[in-house]
Design a protein around this ligand. Structure first.
Ligand code: DOR
Ligand code: ZN
Length: 458
């Protein structure tokens, strides 16, 4: 008779854990408190253990430093490809992301030429490993219904512009939109929408400053565009870009979609900036509206913070307001500006972390945004005593300007991508290890797969 196996019958054999190859020691945010912890990371840069005290591998001790999961930016324009002379590409953009504490970006398709065909998408995908210092999710533009199934096998998601934008992507006619939404919902991929309805734009004389831009493209144009989109099928994996009013936020929230606010709509307003540096689509709103949006953000009612980093050459922003292009750079300053609001006691660190890291990770269904076993070791070291004055000269944006000149920021002291240092002492030290990423196929459309979900949203 064969010997009875040891242990209880039916117990699965112990799973071999990959060995911890390095240990990070510092303080982490846990259940709303900053507590000492040690993080064990394996050779692939995946977190394997989190405990008070780990042994058996080389340690990096960050002492009083706070270890936070890196940011995930659901909205950047890195302008790759673009003709010679452009002020950004995947290399310059991902360096700024790394320095700003962002380990992964959703890169938008309104490039020159735009990402509207499979051939262009594949070219773009081929450029990423050769250029990117952080991970990139390449999105395709929505043009016609027929192209959606062709793009879906390679795209990380889709972007739908309901109004004309930078680049050559004509918005679809209103009657085409329902069919497009149905087709995209069927792919299971995320759809990010730029919701402005041009039929609600005011006609009249050329706007001369952000206040007039706000009147020309009023909040009603966002609400009107949203009314069309929110008729889309229930299983659409929807994310609404740059919501500027609490009304728009409420509409998407009630429908059950994801949405973002940008640092510029949260921190700048038509009375805080008066020249074309403050020209952006959708426009900056009044100080009162900005304050309302900020209140919702700090109350945790806005799920996602995203930069809408849109670098335009300084020369073009210094021309007449009505001729200047719309967009502001922001991927390097987003987290530092908001961490400074945390330091000032205006918003909780946990609220910022959920919006900048946890929820974008959940939306994409990727193992990002938590310090827990199975998650990628994309980690920041933050020291709230180290404030830095922001200036275009000290930033790394080739466009050469920032709307936050003179503001204070808390920049990550260190940034590690999958366990490898890419920022040290606030200086960039990374290699081109950025990967092409795609979101997980959702089990149920509006929920990420269980594997990527923590026990709770913490
Ligand atoms: O202001 C904007 N600039 N809004 C957009 O939607 C596009 C962006 C750009 O690409 O320049
Ligand atoms: Zn954008």
């Amino acid at each position: 008779m064969p010997a009875r196996p040891r242990g209880r019958i039916g117990r699965p054999p112990p799973v071999e854990e990959p060995p911890v190859e390095r240990i990070y020691a510092g303080r982490i945010l846990r259940r709303g408190r900053i507590t000492p912890a040690e993080i064990g990371v394996d050779g692939d840069g995946i977190i394997r253990r989190v405990a008070k005290d780990l042994k058996g591998a080389p340690r990096q001790d960050f002492g009083e430093g706070i270890l936070l999961p890196s940011g995930v930016d659901l909205h950047v324009h890195f302008r790759d490809p673009s003709p010679p002379g452009a002020v950004e590409d995947l290399s310059t953009g991902t360096v700024q992301a790394a320095l700003g504490g962002i380990a992964a970006v959703v890169d938008m398709p309104n490039t020159d030429p735009p990402i509207t065909t499979l051939a262009r998408l594949e070219e773009k995908i081929a450029r990423i490993p050769a250029r990117a210092f952080v991970d990139v999710l390449p999105y395709a533009a929505v043009t016609t219904r027929e192209r959606i199934p062709l793009l879906a096998p390679r795209a990380a998601g889709f972007k739908l512009y309901l109004s004309p934008t930078t680049g050559d992507i004509p918005p679809p006619a209103g009657e085409e939109v329902p069919g497009l939404l149905t087709e995209i919902a069927g792919t299971g991929l995320p759809l990010h929408v730029h919701a402005e309805d041009p039929s609600s734009f005011a006609q009249g004389k050329a706007p001369r400053e952000p206040r007039e831009w706000d009147l020309a493209r009023p909040p009603e144009s966002e609400e009107s565009a949203l009314r069309g989109i929110l008729k889309g099928p229930d299983h659409l994996r929807l994310h609404v870009a740059h919501v500027t009013t609490t009304k728009a936020a409420q509409m998407v929230r009630e429908w059950g979609g994801s949405f973002e606010a940008t640092p510029h709509h949260l921190l700048l307003s038509t009375s805080r900036i008066r020249n074309a540096m403050g020209k952006v689509n959708p426009p900056l709103r009044t100080e009162e509206r900005r304050r309302e949006l900020w209140e919702e953000f700090r109350a945790g009612k806005i799920p996602v913070l995203a930069s809408d980093h849109a670098p335009h050459p300084l020369g073009e922003k210094e021309t007449r307001f009505d001729l200047a292009p719309a967009g502001v750079p922001g991927v390097e300053t987003m987290l530092p500006l908001l961490l400074e609001r945390v330091r000032a006691g205006e918003i909780e660190l946990g609220t910022l972390w959920r919006a900048a890291s946890r929820r974008p990770g959940l939306f994409l269904g990727l193992p990002w945004g938590r310090i827990a076993p199975g998650y990628e070791a994309n980690l920041l070291v933050v020291d709230f005593r180290q404030r830095r004055r922001i200036s275009a000269r000290s930033l790394h944006a080739p466009c050469g300007w920032t709307p936050y000149e003179g503001w204070e920021g808390i920049f990550p002291v260190e940034h590690h991508l999958r366990g490898e240092r890419i920022v040290e002492d606030g200086e960039f030290v990374g290699r081109r290890r950025g990967r092409v990423r795609r979101p997980f196929e959702p089990e149920s459309p509006r929920r990420p797969p269980a594997a990527a979900q923590g026990p709770r949203d913490r």
